[in-house]
Design a protein around this ligand. Structure first.
Ligand SMILES: [Zn+2]
Length: 154
């Protein structure tokens, strides 16, 4: 059980590990359960936002346009979550550089957006299933603070 990650999970049917393409098709999914789940919690909080917008050439998961807040929901496996960073034992030489590249790209994209004046927030998939109360509050607080700073109101 301890070796399980959401993506290295064994198939129930025959116990075989997922193939590389099966893993890829999961991690590349644009609209993950974690994202949907966070979005509905934010919506219930009264927040309004855009989804899957491109800003400065960066695809952002959840965008608060007026507040200039960009939220990314990072998959635990794909983005190297410190809590769930257990990788498939096979093809390590394939996965490790790939995951390192992803983390580098995350950092580059975050700083690009910050330089352009955006408040960037990255939340882990594991904090969105279901969304942790503090995660929702952290985003709501950031949005309100930004609105106040940028537009002088809350
Ligand atoms: Zn995680």
């Amino acid at each position: 059980m301890k070796k399980n990650t959401p993506l290295a999970k064994r198939r129930k049917t025959n116990g075989k590990p997922l193939t590389r393409s099966e893993i890829m098709s999961r991690v590349k999914s644009k609209d993950t359960g974690a994202e949907r789940s966070l979005r509905s919690a934010l919506h219930a909080e009264g927040l309004r936002f855009r989804v899957h917008r491109r800003i400065e050439g960066v695809a952002v998961d959840i965008v608060f346009v007026r507040a200039c807040v960009a939220v990314f929901v990072d998959g635990c496996f794909w983005h190297g979550c410190p809590k769930h960073a257990t990788y498939p034992k096979s093809n390590m030489d394939y996965w490790l550089p790939k995951l390192a590249e992803n983390r580098d790209r995350d950092r580059r994209q975050s700083s690009k957006l910050r330089r352009a004046g955006w408040r960037v927030m990255r939340v882990w998939e594991h904090d969105c299933l279901p969304p942790a109360r503090r995660t929702v509050k952290r985003i709501a607080d950031a949005v309100n603070k930004q609105l106040e700073t940028l537009h002088g109101r809350t």
